[in-house]
Design a binder for this molecule. Structure first.
Ligand code: ADP
Ligand code: GLC
Length: 462
């Protein structure tokens, strides 16, 4: 099959979170199954590890007229990439601007044009998250569609239902050059244009990234105002669990580690802990909990912050890598200063340090309020580091309590401390901890079976 994917982030070129990881790994898994994949993404000011080849510009129907966008091509491990160039993407960050919805409408509108430009006519079009939410609607109703694109089967994947992309209806239709007759269509969310809801209505099929989250979003707590829409489309909504790229996340070969290791040589894992503790001035004899996370409300890091003094009293040490909300960053700085030798924090985004923490820590704290899938628990398990996680979304679908990690229900410091206490007991009973480490490391988190599930889904639409 010829599969066209569109996303605002793709690892390793651009990344703020797990969406990028998925777009880095799933297309390669689909190629391994014998399919052709073109991934389309914005040509940001900085793209890591790629210098696309500019092959010219295309005229994109946009903003009542046409906007020129550059077409940059690249190929890696059998996956073809097209990067869409425009001054709208030449900024310091990927997101965070007042005109984000307009920027990603331009990107979305460019997808058929740039794909046609490189001669890729898809059998199925797969869009990800609100940034590309209007793609199914554009393919269904857009004017000036290149040959072979109109009415193509579409799949939309929700990676996070909290972010939906809101704008004015009239201006959005004008940007996308869609007829005003669509004003009262599925894009209309209480008088506003909602990119995610448009996708729910117009995509042929909708998936989210774990079976549990697919159920949770049908209720008010996790639906973020779209729970009614999720219930309404439940006959075309399914959960397909993410995997991880086990080539990149591999303790046996990871070039970011001071010492590589396998499940048979767990003594070598300890070398990584020693090195990390030395770098951050932590006592290596204490059991170590790590955190690798965006610092946003979703991730519940405030729970760990509130629980820190008791956590240290349980005899854990703590290291946090993250960036995001300034108030949380400040709290972490203050806690670190107050607990020398027992707590460390690194505020920022650092791939290499993330790898080192996954390998060095004994446990990884994931106190999420909601978690569509979550990749960090799978990465941690692969590195023999046991997750202590809230029982929500994909965390429930990937962690087996007291066998491959620890789960707790209550979104409170007490809930987290209960689980860290259970984990502390398991750590003290060394045999049980070792048994859990080897169980966690032998879990299969490869993309293979989920990639096949996507193929079966694409085929069922054709
Ligand atoms: P989300 O996409 O909601 O942030 P996921 O668990 O799906 O959560 O994916 C997070 C990804 O981002 C993982 O690859 C994780 O290692 C990475 N990550 C998060 N914060 C940082 C950071 N501060 N530095 C480096 N990597 C990070
Ligand atoms: C989102 C979710 C996360 C998921 C990732 C990849 O960022 O917050 O749970 O793992 O997308 O699907």
């Amino acid at each position: 099959m010829r599969i066209l994917m569109a996303s605002s982030e793709v690892y390793p070129f651009s990344k703020t979170g797990g969406l990028a990881d998925v777009l880095g790994a799933l297309p390669e898994a689909l190629v391994k199954l014998g399919h052709e994949v073109l991934v389309v993404s914005p040509w940001y000011k900085t793209l890591k590890e790629a210098t696309p080849l500019w092959i010219g510009d295309v005229e994109v129907p946009f903003d009542g007229g046409a906007t020129a966008c550059g077409v940059g091509t690249y190929e890696k491990n059998g996956v073809r990439y097209v990067f869409v160039g425009n001054s709208a993407f030449e900024r310091d960050s990927i997101y965070g601007y007042d005109d984000d919805v307009k920027r990603f409408c331009l990107f979305t509108r460019a997808v058929p044009q740039v794909s046609a430009r490189v001669g890729f006519v898809p059998d199925v079009v797969h869009a990800h998250d609100w940034h590309t939410g209007y793609l199914p609607m554009v393919l269904e109703h857009g004017w000036h569609m290149p040959d072979g694109f109109a009415h193509k089967p579409t799949v939309f994947t929700i990676h996070n239902a909290q972010y939906q992309g809101l704008s004015g209806i009239e201006e959005t239709l004008y940007w996308l050059r869609l007829p005003t007759s669509l004003t009262d269509s599925y894009m209309n969310y209480f008088g506003y244009a909602n990119a995610m809801q448009a996708a729910l209505g117009f995509a042929w099929h909708v998936t989210t990234v774990s079976p549990t989250y697919a159920e949770e979003i049908k209720g008010p707590e996790f639906g973020y105002g779209l729970d009614g829409s999720f219930r309404h489309i439940s006959n075309k909504l399914t959960g397909i669990l993410n995997g991880i790229d086990t080539g990149i996340w591999n303790p046996e070969t990871d070039p970011n580690l001071p010492q590589t290791y396998t499940a048979k040589r767990l003594d070598k894992k300890l070398e990584n802990k020693r090195a990390l503790c030395e770098r951050f001035n932590l006592d290596p004899s204490k059991p170590l909990i790590g955190v690798v996370s965006r610092l946003v409300d979703q991730k519940g890091i405030d729970t760990v912050i509130e629980a820190t003094s008791e956590l240290l009293w349980q005899d854990w040490s703590l290291i946090v890598l993250g960036s995001g909300a300034t108030s949380l960053e400040n709290d972490l700085h203050a806690l670190t200063a107050a607990n020398p030798g027992r707590m460390a924090s690194y505020i920022g985004y650092d791939e290499g340090l993330a790898h080192h923490i996954y390998a060095a820590a004994d446990a990884l704290a994931i106190p999420s309020r909601f978690e569509p899938c979550g990749l960090t628990q799978m990465i941690a398990m692969r590195y023999g580091t046991l997750p202590i996680a809230r029982a929500t979304g994909g965390l429930v679908d990937t962690i087996d309590h007291d066998r491959t990690g620890f789960l707790y229900e209550h979104d409170r410091p007490e809930g987290f401390l209960w689980a860290s206490g259970v984990a502390r007991g398991a750590y003290a009973a060394q045999d049980h901890w070792r048994y859990m480490m080897s169980e966690a490391m032998s879990e299969d988190f490869t993309w293979e079976s989920s990639a096949q599930t996507y193929i079966d889904l694409y085929k069922s639409l054709g």
